[in-house]
Design a protein around this ligand. Structure first.
Ligand code: GLA
Length: 387
């Protein structure tokens, strides 16, 4: 026999559907309403899975509302300057919608020892003089996007550390007071286990403990170069792997214990339409519990996780993506206290320049603007979640 709570649990989806339909009808009757579904439903909607039927067909009503105007924290994007430099439409769209920019400043900005190529970073520092943008640098130390002279360093560990220190301090010092925050080191943990990744940098050390002392020194070097810069640790898959989330939490707690300067954690959030809402909620809550700033640092939402070559980007698929964008933002607002909300940054600008499409050659459309820099339904989903 089913208990009362089982019966009411079974009826809950039906009740929620009725509430959503009635609310959508009332909203449609209200000429002042620019909400697709009323704010009161946001929490419940956020708890629905990506398969939720949220109706974004009225999205055009939101056409004059911008991401940065509805959000209570900065909304940013990460992409190469050639996009806005070569398209007036993209440039206007970026200026209208965003008030933050993550600037690519990888280790390959020093292709040979002592020779820096910082044109991309300079471009954005200059752009920020005209358009109000909070600049975030990514990533001072990262074992990918790195020249061989760093990964196959000729010399002892002391020499390697001098080179890394010089790299960090040259870049952070050059942009002192201009680039507000930095990802100091990116992705030191394995995808799922939370153990230390066996990167080229880790191989230089006899133990994880010795390597972690180097990691801490990277933060100290950055802090010395700009004591006011906010310093972040950045990693991925935290919404999927609780072991990895706990490893990051333990890392930053050990930083705090040893007095190592750290201000925030970046959770990349390269997610997909089926990523569990509970997993995202857990990651937000665990990261926020450290008391550090939490940055959704590289958001994109894949619709074709199996990379099926015949996948059709139907209206249903696009609605599911919009619902997930809404959920990512709504859960962030609900689970990270306002004082710790460093912002949400989108990774790549449009579907045309997504790293998944361009570099990984996947059949997908993970971003909120389409290939012609038009707003997708996903844009309105994000807008809804930010409100
Ligand atoms: C990770 C890294 C980024 C970038 C993306 C793919 O998320 O943090 O620097 O390499 O992958 O573009």
């Amino acid at each position: 026999m089913r208990t009362f709570s089982q019966q009411s649990a079974a009826l809950r989806p039906l009740a929620l559907l009725i509430v959503l339909v009635v609310s959508a009808f009332l909203a449609a009757c209200n000429p002042n309403s620019d909400l697709v579904a009323p704010q009161a439903q946001a929490t419940e909607a956020a708890d629905l899975n990506a398969s939720a039927k949220i109706d974004f067909s009225n999205a055009a009503a939101d056409s004059n509302v911008t991401l940065k105007s509805v959000a209570s924290f900065p909304v940013g994007a990460a992409f190469n300057s050639k996009i806005t430099a070569s398209s007036a439409k993209a440039s206007q769209l970026f200026a209208a919608q965003f008030n933050a920019k993550t600037v690519h400043a990888y280790m390959n900005t020093q292709p040979t020892p002592g020779k820096f190529n910082l044109a991309e970073v300079d471009y954005w520092v200059k752009a920020a003089e005209k358009q109000s943008l909070r600049l975030h640098g990514h990533s001072l130390v990262y074992h990918m996007a790195v020249p061989e002279w760093f990964t196959q360093f000729k010399g002892n560990t002391g020499g390697f550390e001098n080179a890394v220190k010089n790299h960090i301090q040259t870049i952070v010092g050059r942009y002192k007071g201009k680039i507000k925050s930095w990802d100091v080191i990116n992705e030191i943990f394995d995808t799922n286990s939370g153990t230390i990744r066996k990167t080229a940098f880790r191989q230089l050390y006899a133990s994880d403990a010795a390597y972690l002392e180097f990691v801490k020194r990277c933060f100290q070097w950055a802090h010395e170069a700009d004591p006011n810069a906010l310093l972040f640790y950045n990693d991925f898959n935290l919404e999927v792997s609780t072991s990895k989330t706990e490893a990051v939490v333990a890392l930053v707690n050990s930083f705090k214990k040893s007095g190592t300067p750290i201000d925030g954690i970046g959770t990349q959030m390269h997610v997909n339409v089926s990523t569990s809402d509970a997993g995202m909620r857990n990651a937000y809550q665990r990261l926020a519990a450290t008391g550090l700033l939490v940055h959704v640092s590289e958001l994109d939402i894949v619709v074709n996780p199996t990379n099926d070559p015949s996948m059709a980007f139907t209206k249903q698929v696009q609605d599911a993506q919009a619902a997930k964008y809404q959920t990512v933002a709504a859960l962030y607002k609900q689970n990270v206290p306002a004082r710790l909300q460093y912002g949400i940054t989108l990774w790549s600008f449009s579907d045309a320049d997504s790293w998944l499409v361009v570099d990984k050659k996947q059949r997908d459309m993970p971003n909120v603007f389409d290939s012609n820099y038009n707003k997708k339904i996903a844009f309105f989903g994000l807008l809804q979640g930010l409100k």
